[in-house]
Ligand binder design. Structure first.
Ligand code: PLP
Length: 453
């Protein structure tokens, strides 16, 4: 059965012609979805004119909201100047040089070079290829296995989804590829044992990682990928001491560390990088989303000198670094990203995030008094609120209750866009939200919770 929308309405045509990603296709045919028509500041409006406060910044990405004219104007100017030029065969364009230089300056640890792609998935895919390329170059071709984490999310190309620890994205797609392994999800609230402190839990996570490496054979393990804060896994902030303990294990076995900063990069955790917030020292770093405030599709992979030297040597073999995409380093996307980084600096956006984030974190924490909420936790302007059937015993709602989806729907009806990841509600509002916006967000969330209860 398909929903009864007027023939030729945008909803009817949407159902007739489009497949929506990460969406229940059959359910969508019955109910249709919410089609946004325009944006203004931190609000979006659907095609019927209903207004929503966007607490997810779209897909954790529209960092400057939905009506930043400077980005539209710089894109227009660049389109008039040079609308396209590629990066292959010793050619290039000027905005990509400007952007690469700025990214190397901003890097959390010394980085040598920048490789552009069009999405977070492609940046991680490139990183995976470089992990293998690097180990072949340095004469360790047996080091091929790559470790991600349960519930980690790194994208949807064949390799990036293999790295992601999201079973529903593997099912029937014939992934993961055989080189990938997954270690624990560092979700302290859900998985800590009675009486276990965050530090003890982090030690257990690091020990489990070490056991996995030993079982696989350290000589076969090439790299570990991690998001500083797990995003699509449920906005899961790492427990205290987690990253220092994980990094100690990786160093012990000479395993590369790649930080996936696709969500955390550019202010989300209150610093430019999540790596700075958690003391992470990666060999490569991928970023996207807030890099261009998502006004243009672009991603970047930063590589350190060690990786770059291996690339240099390896490419000499056939006279080419044989990798790339038609739209990578697109001049319009690069110009928009350069302007985005200027705006962050001029408006001191990262300081702003640190200043206003307590309003969000404390506001969401306060919902722990609600009968449906077990735990709220976050950092900067990213947070997850865990729904629980019985918070005393940490008993989740039964899956068939679809509690998360219900809360998400009730919030939408109340005029608030949030994202349910199972029974965890994620919040990553535009970085420009004011204290008043964040107060409104928390009030609307409570309204959604009350309506769902
Ligand atoms: N890495 C992380 C941490 C992400 O959250 C995402 C997307 O949400 C990706 C990679 C994939 O990025 P994209 O959707 O641009 O391919």
């Amino acid at each position: 059965m398909t929903a009864a929308f007027a023939p030729n309405s945008v909803h009817a045509r949407d159902i007739a012609f489009l497949v929506h990603h990460q969406t229940d296709i059959a359910g969508y045919r019955e109910t249709g979805g919410t089609l946004m028509a325009r944006g203004e500041g931190v609000y979006v409006y659907d095609e019927a004119g209903k207004k929503y406060l966007e607490a997810m910044a779209g897909l954790w990405c529209a960092s400057l909201g939905f009506s930043e004219r400077r980005l539209a104007e710089v894109a227009y100017r660049q389109m008039l100047e040079l609308p396209y030029y590629h990066h292959f065969f010793a050619k290039g364009n000027i905005p990509s040089v400007d952007l690469a230089e700025r990214l190397v300056q901003l890097a959390p640890v010394p980085m040598s070079k920048v490789l552009f792609s069009c999405s977070g998935s492609e940046a991680n895919d490139a990183a995976i290829k470089l992990v293998w390329y690097y180990h072949n170059a340095i004469g360790k071709p047996q080091k091929k296995k790559i470790i991600g984490r349960v519930r980690g999310y790194h994208g949807n190309t064949v390799a990036a989804v293999s790295l992601s620890g999201q079973p529903q994205m593997h099912s029937d797609f014939d992934v993961p590829l055989p080189q990938f392994r997954h270690t624990d999800n560092p979700h302290y609230y859900r998985f800590h044992e009675d009486g276990e402190t965050e530090e003890q839990f982090a030690t257990r996570m690091a020990n489990n990682l070490e056991q996995l490496i030993l079982r696989e054979g350290p000589d076969t393990v090439a790299a570990f990928f991690g998001e500083p804060v797990q995003g699509a896994g449920g906005a899961i902030t790492p427990p205290a001491t987690y990253w220092e303990k994980i990094q100690a294990v990786l160093r012990k076995y000479d395993i590369l560390l790649i930080a996936d900063e696709v969500i955390c990069g550019f202010g989300r955790t209150g610093n430019v990088w999540g790596c700075q917030t958690y003391g992470i020292e990666p060999d490569m770093l991928s970023c996207a989303k807030a890099l261009s405030a998502s006004y243009q599709p672009i991603s970047a992979l930063l590589v350190n000198e060690k990786i770059y030297q291996a690339m240099l040597g390896e490419s000499k073999k056939i006279g080419s670094f044989a990798h790339g995409f038609t739209y990578a380093a697109h001049p319009v996307a690069c110009a928009v990203a350069v302007e985005t980084l200027k705006i962050y600096e001029e408006r001191d956006i990262f300081t702003h995030v640190r200043r206003v984030s307590p309003v969000m974190q404390e506001g969401l924490k306060a919902t722990e008094d609600h009968p449906m909420v077990g735990n709220a936790r976050g950092v900067g302007l990213i947070a997850g609120v865990e729904l629980m059937a019985d918070k005393r015993t940490r008993t989740p709602f039964p899956a068939e209750a679809k509690a998360g989806a219900l809360v998400e729907r009730k919030c939408l009806e109340a005029g608030l866009v949030v994202r349910a990841i199972g029974d965890r509600i994620a919040f990553t509002p535009p970085l420009i939200m004011t204290e008043e916006n964040l107060q409104e967000m928390c009030a609307l969330f409570r309204k959604g919770l009350d309506a769902a209860w």
